[in-house]
Ligand binder design. Structure first.
Ligand code: NAI
Ligand code: MG
Length: 346
């Protein structure tokens, strides 16, 4: 049976890097099933043209006719736009993709300094991203409020995911990132729930060899920059995980290198960590490696280890050789030239 992949490039450089990831998948050949692609619409540009950022048809094809997906990026405006809501946040919810897994690993001599090899495991469905915001007039000017939702269920399943990932890694360490010293109720529940995961009856002691650490989020960022080697798996609520993974990307030289998958019980969606990069859109210089690595991560999550490894090895070789790189990594090559270099290695 073929592997059915929904492609949602969405906005900006998403449209430049998702075709690159598609080519890398096609180049893998015999280590994975025959591929079948669905081109799907979403994004802010689509919204400005049609009034819809995430068509029902896109959700339907992802749900009913796809085994997995690749998402590019959306250009969500920083101001409130009536009727618009981010399609990526909606998709994560619609498909219950509760874990955002973001490995950050340096290749060769890390241009950013010390070697980095960590995974940010970000809760993907709640925290402040439930987007329950209200604004009311008050005597002293307007007052804006947001709801921050943390549930035991979501904290437990993201905690289990973090331990599961740690088990497969050499260091076997999980660090809970929180701010329970201030937000003792919400972050307190997140922290406590994850601390209790190794003792859950259904876990049956399988995480006994995983070291459990914790760190307050602000000092975690500080230490991440000074001593990234102390981290292995970092598990965080949605907002902290979002910020931490961009920060970690700086340590390996570029956001254009860092992949992710959004994973749930029944579906997985690869997505580069970066956004739509309007400053370089249309110039043909977007780094395609984050998107290509996201495709590899997606394959491995689906159990196609060999196919994923082949793509990753090709990407790593291109980075190590350092001859064909986009400008964000100090190179002079175009997106297409980097894609060609990767395809040759695959
Ligand atoms: P961004 O990640 O798009 O760009 C930040 C900086 O990194 C820019 O200078 C950009 O040129 C550079 N960069 C990012 N990816 C790159 C790549 N592949 N190759 C070379 N350089 C790269 O973040 P920014 O500029 O803050 O946000 C732009 C838009 O993207 C906003 O509308 C934001 O809402 C959206 N966004 C969407 C995300 C998503 O779809 N998941 C995630 C983050 C931002
Ligand atoms: Mg982000």
């Amino acid at each position: 049976r073929s592997l059915r992949i929904g492609l949602v490039p969405a906005d900006g450089i998403g449209r430049e890097v998702i075709p690159a990831a598609k080519k890398a998948l096609e180049a893998v050949g015999s280590d994975i099933p025959k591929l079948e692609f669905h081109d799907l619409l979403a994004g802010f540009e689509l919204f400005t043209r049609t009034g819809t950022a995430l068509p029902d048809e896109t959700i339907r094809i992802l749900r009913e006719e796809s085994d997995c997906a690749l998402f590019g990026a959306v250009s969500s405006p920083s101001r409130k736009v009536a009727g618009y809501s981010s399609p990526i946040v909606a998709l994560r919810k619609e498909l219950d993709l509760y874990a955002n897994i973001r490995p950050v690993k340096s290749v060769g001599a890390n241009p950013g300094g010390k070697p980095v090899d960590l995974v940010v495991v970000r809760e993907n469905t709640e925290c402040l991203y439930v987007k329950q915001e209200t604004i009311v007039p008050s005597e002293t000017g307007r007052e804006a409020r947001a709801t921050r939702l943390i549930t035991e269920r979501a904290s437990r399943r993201i905690g289990k995911m973090a331990f599961e990932i740690a088990l497969q890694r050499a260091r076997k360490q999980v660090t809970i990132i929180h701010k329970s010293n201030v937000l003792s109720v919400t972050d307190g529940l997140f922290r406590e729930t994850i601390r209790a995961v190794p003792r859950l009856p259904e876990v049956g002691g399988k995480y006994d060899n995983v070291r459990l650490e914790e760190q307050i989020v602000d000092s975690a960022v500080y230490r991440l920059f000074r001593e990234p080697e102390i981290y292995d798996v970092m598990v965080a609520p949605n907002l902290y995980g979002d910020i931490l993974s961009d920060a970690a990307a700086a340590l390996v030289g570029s956001l254009g290198l860092v992949p992710s998958i959004n994973a749930g019980e029944h579906f997985v969606m690869g997505e580069p960590v970066h956004g739509s990069a309007p400053d370089i859109e249309g110039k043909g210089i977007a780094n395609p490696l984050a998107a290509i690595r996201s495709a590899a991560l997606m394959l491995r999550h689906l159990g196609y280890q060999k196919g994923g490894d082949r793509i990753d090895a090709a990407v790593n070789q291109v980075i190590e050789e350092g001859e064909v790189l986009t400008p964000d990594l100090g190179g002079r090559s175009s997106t297409d030239e980097v894609v060609e270099a990767v395809l040759k290695k695959i």
